[in-house]
Design a protein around this ligand. Structure first.
Ligand SMILES: O=C(O)[C@H](O)CO
Length: 302
């Protein structure tokens, strides 16, 4: 057991796992060859309390016959909820406004003070249209957005019922007022939000990321925010995590940063812990795991 709130240091991790049958981990624990070697041949299952699995060397697990349990579905609503919270916090500048209210900067009578763009009538682009992206789109409909665009490797049947339109990545970037990334980190999505992508966006666009920090070239984002290439960004995920306190992102007023709390509702965190425990028990007992990662899964469907 690791009892501290910070991630377990690799050396501690390696010392504590030789001979284990199962590893119960989170998205910040790297399960790579080094860790799998340290665990040894008795390891049967790795269970992560996350929908994302970019921290797990899936190919290496497959080679060793180690099963992988994860927790899609149960965290969809919580992560969609947080995405909307971050979207509104960034567009309506809530942290900035609260700071002003608490520090004597409260302005009355200036009609443009602390204004930001509204969602009603806007075009929203969602990159990564798996469960979470779709849940975000369903929430956004109630804000009367005029158009919802999505970019995903495969066409999603659910898009018809939601009223979302599949477009190319470039089209999404240039047409959207809000660009929301819900994509997992896979080779195709690595740093897809680079200098070129930010330059394609409207200079009034707001970028939100609740997928993975690695989908963004962070230096390009910092430049885009500094130079007003885009208006603002809201991030629940960064590179690295935790983001160092001296990161230029923390100095920017037009950037809202959360400490990767997408799935952090009390109910969801309880559910994902329980599912992970059940994933482990099932794998060890040779029965069907409640949520086993199939090695040939649709990487955009997280
Ligand atoms: O992958 C996940 O489960 C999410 O990033 C949690 O917030």
């Amino acid at each position: 057991m690791w009892h501290k709130p910070s991630p377990v240091p690799v050396d501690e991790f390696k010392k504590s796992i030789p001979g284990v049958n199962a590893i119960f981990c989170a998205f910040n624990d790297k399960i790579n060859k080094e860790i799998l070697d340290a665990a040894g041949p008795k390891l049967k299952v790795v269970a992560t309390i996350s929908a994302g699995y970019d921290h797990i060397d899936v190919a290496e697990c497959k080679k060793r016959g180690v099963k992988i349990g994860y927790t899609p579905d149960v965290l969809t609503d919580a992560t969609a909820e947080l995405t909307i919270a971050l979207l509104l916090s960034t567009s309506r500048r809530l942290p900035e406004a609260q700071h002003e209210a608490k520090t004597g900067g409260w302005v009355t009578g200036a009609s443009t003070w602390m204004t930001g763009p509204g969602l009603a009538g806007s075009t929203i682009g969602i990159v990564g249209f798996g469960r979470i992206g779709q849940a975000v789109a369903r929430c956004i409909k109630s804000f009367n957005a005029s158009k919802i665009l999505y970019f995903n490797r495969s066409e999603k049947q659910e898009a018809k019922e939601i009223g979302a339109i599949k477009v190319s990545f470039d089209e999404l970037l240039s047409e959207s007022d809000f660009v929301i990334c819900c994509a997992p980190l896979v080779p195709e999505t690595k740093e897809m939000f680079n200098k070129r992508a930010f330059e394609k966006m409207k200079n009034t666009a707001i970028f939100i990321n609740t997928g993975r920090g690695g989908t963004v070239n962070q230096n390009a984002l910092i430049e885009a925010l500094k130079n007003n290439t885009i208006r603002a960004a809201g991030l629940d995920v960064t590179t690295p995590e935790p983001l160092p306190l001296d990161s230029p992102l923390f100095k920017l007023k037009n950037c809202v940063i959360l400490p990767h709390i997408g799935s952090a509702t009390i109910e969801t965190r309880n559910n994902i812990s329980e599912i992970s425990a059940k994933n482990i028990l099932a794998a060890l007992n040779g029965t069907d795991m409640p949520a086993e990662l199939k090695y040939n899964c649709d990487v955009y469907g997280v």
